[in-house]
Ligand binder design. Structure first.
Ligand code: PSV
Ligand code: MN
Ligand code: MN
Length: 424
């Protein structure tokens, strides 16, 4: 699929005058528009290889066609997103779905698209064809030593693939847990899992990070062995300095105060990575910012405050990734919307008057504190994000260009109407 620079430029020219008016207006309203634009330009959000195909539910899947059929096409799709928004400059692979048969070739393709390899993801939640032992009752937690061994070996293989590609982190999400009371000895499950993670940790290259992702429930519905940030933090602390907790927005019990979790993990230097999505009930797949944009903003407020307090670089200090996968939308459109929502929440968080907020907090001026946050949240920062894209050679309106260029129709022509991207 060749969406060329001239498509973007032609579209930008049409939209330029209106954009310039909006950008001039916001620049006059806020103290440091230039500073925010620069930060937005630096901020890159990785796209997971499994978000490019139509997701499904256990009840069905309704593929939209033109989905990437292999890793090369996944890289092409993310390259296209990145050309449009200049903010999706990384890809996160999942093994074995994305085993690179020729790593040098894959690396070169990604470099052509200006993409780097973000965290590698292991998969011990599915049985693969030809796999010797089943993960039906868990992987690293399993009571069977041979199954635990198999899961450890798989993670070691994932690290090896990542090393070949130049990735620098491993995300371990385990579906381990139990569905019924009595099924599992919790302590034993934790200890088995810890021992397995320790073996994996020992194989990490010195400059790598390991992210321990937690999830409250699903596919297990009674207990999850890495079920919340406390458990993840326990593992990460016991493992050592290269291990961190990974927060996936959709992996909490309803109404959890995720911003507080983020603040405390950052305080402890144990927040490593972030998976963005949104949810209304118990899912982890809706478009970022589609349901609870205020929560997303509050999370970014804590991220910005906590990273600044610890001197962590916003763009590179943590692993930023989208983790959502859809049943009803064109996945590429959905990803453009998600990246945009992230940029807007980040820009709004950068707008918060920190000095005034600190003073309000010290003086117990609760109403003022709320006003300060909501003033930032209610500022229309879309022109700042658009300006950052424009300066980087991207589109003022990525979704508009995508639609005007009929990208999906062309992908269907190229790849077929009945495609099945490997993934969740
Ligand atoms: C399953 O919930 C999940 O969405 C996790 O969030 C992982 O990050 C992802 O799948 C890939 O393993
Ligand atoms: Mn996730
Ligand atoms: Mn998830």
């Amino acid at each position: 699929m060749q969406l060329e620079q001239h498509n973007i430029q032609a579209h930008n020219e049409q939209a330029l005058a209106a954009h310039q008016r909006a950008f001039a207006y916001i620049s006059g309203e806020i103290p440091d528009a230039e500073g925010i634009v620069a930060r937005l330009a630096d901020f890159q959000v990785a796209i997971p290889s499994w978000a490019l195909g139509t997701g499904g539910t256990r009840f069905g899947r309704f593929p939209g066609g033109g989905e990437p059929r292999n890793l090369e096409e996944k890289i092409a799709d993310i390259g296209l997103l990145h050309r449009l928004n200049r903010s999706s400059g990384a890809i996160s692979l999942h093994i074995p779905w994305d085993i690179p048969s020729n790593p040098a070739h894959i690396k070169a393709l990604a470099a052509q698209q200006e993409l780097r390899f973000d965290a590698m993801n292991s998969n011990t939640f599915q049985d693969q064809p030809g796999q010797a032992l089943s993960y039906k009752f868990g992987s690293l937690q399993n009571t069977d030593k041979a199954i635990r061994r198999q899961a450890v070996e798989h993670n070691l293989e994932v690290i090896r693939h990542g090393v070949e590609l130049g990735s620098e982190s491993l995300t371990v999400w385990l579906s381990d847990g139990s569905c019924f009371p009595g099924q599992l000895n919790f302590r034993q499950a934790f200890e088995n899992t810890l021992r397995g993670l320790q073996e994996i940790y020992a194989a990490l290259p010195a400059h790598w990070k390991m992210f321990v992702e937690y999830k409250a429930f699903e596919p297990n519905f009674y207990s999850t062995t890495v079920g919340d940030w406390g458990q993840s933090y326990l593992y990460a602390s016991k493992l050592g300095p290269q291990a961190y907790t990974l927060v996936d927005l959709g992996h909490h019990l309803p109404n959890a105060n995720i911003e507080q979790i983020v603040a405390l993990l950052l305080m402890e230097g144990k927040l490593g990575g972030f998976h963005f999505n949104d949810s209304k009930y118990g899912d982890d797949d809706l478009t970022v910012g589609s349901i609870k944009p205020y929560q997303l903003f509050l999370i970014f407020c804590e991220l910005v405050e906590g990273m600044d307090a610890r001197g962590i670089d916003h763009a590179t200090g943590l692993g930023w990734m989208i983790d959502a996968s859809h049943n009803v939308k064109d996945p590429l459109e959905d990803l453009l919307q998600s990246v945009e929502a992230i940029m807007l929440a980040y820009a709004q968080a950068l707008l918060v008057d920190r000095k005034a907020l600190t003073a309000a907090q010290a003086g117990h001026d609760v109403a003022a504190a709320q006003e300060i946050l909501q003033k930032a949240f209610r500022t229309d920062v879309r022109a700042l994000a658009a300006e950052a894209r424009l300066r980087a050679g991207g589109a003022l309106n990525p979704l508009g260009v995508y639609r005007a260029a009929n990208v999906r129709a062309e992908l269907i022509r190229e790849r077929g109407a009945k495609t099945f991207a490997t993934g969740l």
